[in-house]
Design a protein around this ligand. Structure first.
Ligand code: F6P
Length: 539
């Protein structure tokens, strides 16, 4: 049945009209215990969702919607390896990457857990040999500089997690991430590197991605120029599902760490794509990281809806996206180590649920995935929070904070967290004209200084940023995205929307490189831009 025809959907539409005029101030006034009851906890993550524009009835109606679309069954279907990615006829099994040793999961007659652990073991041996210095570069020097070359999921996951877990990393080593085909990215990384001490990890599921291959070729030429062709095998490894392309590129497949087509790029950080992270933090921490994902997988699979963190976040997102008409969601980590978390979630969420047809190809008549954006607090407070507090748009926000700092310096952490608590309070309750008058605010300024409040937030509070809690946090958002994809009935695991641009760019490359004036057959805008570019470039 079409989502918008479901009685559970219509019930939420009717209910919206009763909730829309209600202020969070009233909800807290009528239920003073709300800040304790509208909470849930799992895998070390405490979620307070009381500052959302919902009542117990709203939540019940949302749970009914989850039931109506068969969410429980769909979770089980994904976890057991059904071909959930229907447009590519693939299983979706990133959850198998974190199954503990000794578990069993067969897909098409193959025990995937055994395969996963075999790769983890070889990654571990490799990581240890680099960390201990037993594996050296071609000139006998210790490898102290690792450059991961990849893009999208082959970059954002390891880059985010390396940054996030830097506290746990080997500080005698340097880790760099090169993704952009803009030559500046690789040029700056190479400028800062000594070839004799540098290892390149070429990370690409397909090993055909234009940006990654261009950067890898430049890196290879740089290395060969300094150390000779024979040095390549000591300084290059590949992470891919495509052994044929790896060896065509000139990397011995003995130096390749594999994964499988059932791991989507944006869900791949806990596959061999995480190799740079494992080298940085060591295999034991990496296994802790995987255990954190697994904790959240179990929670998602078994917790009742009312205490199921990914389901709660997913349903609250649906509530704002589809009933309040919100266009975006802001991700606001109060931890500098999570600097890249908003960018990581942009790919995870927007590449997954940025779809406008259902799984069987019908155009949807409702909004799907939101625009995801954000920055670490408190920097965002001095940039865009103004719009969240007083602008005309409703922007639901996720605040993510930690009770303990990994860098407990004087008052810093309490200052940081005072902002974390203050912002959600201000967004929910605002400041009324009456309160301003009591404070003797001049009358002409009252409209400017009024905060309407009633702006929804989730607070996620975690004790400490560790490999394990980071794993759980990422898995929480993976499953939130899954929950929403199931409700919207979209395939969250393909990404056809990135294809057209790639094809057109490949057609344009020869037109830019041509020594003679190419005859351009694009539209008049594209033709004129290309002509101007060619003229200016050759001046
Ligand atoms: O942008 C499309 C995409 O396919 C992403 O889904 C993926 O993470 C990225 O490109 C990189 O792909 P690959 O790992 O195959 O180089």
């Amino acid at each position: 049945m079409k989502l918008t025809d479901r009685p559970e959907w219509k019930a939420l539409q009717a209910h919206y009209h009763t909730i829309e005029p209600v202020h969070l101030r009233d909800l807290f006034a009528t239920d003073p215990d709300r800040g304790r009851t509208f909470t849930a906890e799992g895998s070390g993550i405490y979620l307070d969702y009381s500052k959302n524009r919902v009542t117990a009835e709203t939540m019940t109606l949302l749970y009914r919607l989850a039931e109506a679309v068969g969410l429980r069954g769909r979770i089980a279907s994904m976890l057991r390896g059904d071909k959930f990615n229907n447009t590519e006829n693939r299983s979706v099994l990133h959850t198998a990457l974190r199954l503990p040793p000794g578990s069993k999961l067969e897909v098409d007659g193959v025990d995937v857990v055994a395969e996963v652990h075999a790769v983890l073991d070889s990654m571990s041996a490799f990581a240890e040999s680099l960390r201990s210095g037993t594996r050296k570069g071609a000139t006998g020097r210790k490898i102290s500089n690792v450059i991961n070359i990849g893009i999208g999921g082959s970059d954002l996951g390891p880059h985010l997690c390396y940054d996030a877990l830097r506290h746990y990393s080997d500080r005698s080593m340097t880790f760099r991430y090169v993704s952009n085909v803009d030559g500046t990215d690789i040029a700056e990384a190479l400028r800062a590197s000594d070839p004799a001490e540098t290892l390149f990890i070429v990370a690409s599921k397909t090993f055909t991605t234009q940006e990654t291959m261009a950067n890898a070729r430049t890196a290879r030429a740089w290395l060969v120029q300094a150390l000779g062709e024979a040095a390549v095998s000591d300084h290059f490894v590949a992470v891919s599902t495509n052994a044929a392309e790896v060896s065509k590129f000139g990397i011995d497949t003995a130096n390749m760490f594999g994964f499988w087509d059932w791991v989507g790029g944006r869900y791949s950080v806990d596959s061999a794509i995480g190799l740079s992270l494992m080298i940085a933090i060591g295999p034991d921490h990496f296994r802790e990281f995987l255990a954190g994902f697994h904790d959240m997988d179990r929670h998602f699979e078994s917790a009742p809806w009312e205490c199921n963190l990914p389901v709660l976040l997913g349903l609250l997102g649906i509530w704002y996206d589809n009933f309040f008409g919100a266009q975006s969601v802001a991700i606001l980590p109060y931890d500098q180590y999570l600097n890249l978390f908003p960018a990581y979630l942009q790919q995870l969420d927007m590449e997954s649920n940025g779809k406008s047809v259902t799984r069987d190809g019908h155009r949807v008549d409702y909004q799907t995935g939101p625009i995801v954006w954000g920055q670490p607090g408190t920097n965002g407070q001095h940039a865009f929070y103004q719009l969240i507090h007083q602008g005309t748009k409703l922007i639901p926000c996720d605040f993510i904070g930690f009770s303990k700092s990994l860098n407990p310096l004087g008052r810093h952490h309490d200052l940081l967290m005072s902002n974390f608590f203050a912002q959600t309070e201000a967004l929910a309750f605002g400041k009324s004209p009456e309160e301003l008058r009591d404070e003797k605010c001049p009358e002409p300024l009252i409209p400017h200084r009024t905060f309407t409040g009633n702006r929804p937030t989730n607070s996620l509070l975690i004790e400490l940023l560790t490999p394990r809690t980071l794993g759980s946090l990422i898995a929480l958002y993976e499953h939130k995205v899954f929950t929403q994809g199931v409700i919207w009935d979209v395939n969250s695991f393909d990404q056809w929307g990135v294809e057209l641009g790639k094809v057109l760019a490949n057609r344009i490359v020869p037109e830019l490189e041509s020594a003679t004036e190419p005859s351009l057959e694009h539209d008049s805008s594209t033709n004129t831009l290309i002509e101007r570019y060619r003229r200016q470039r050759s001046k």
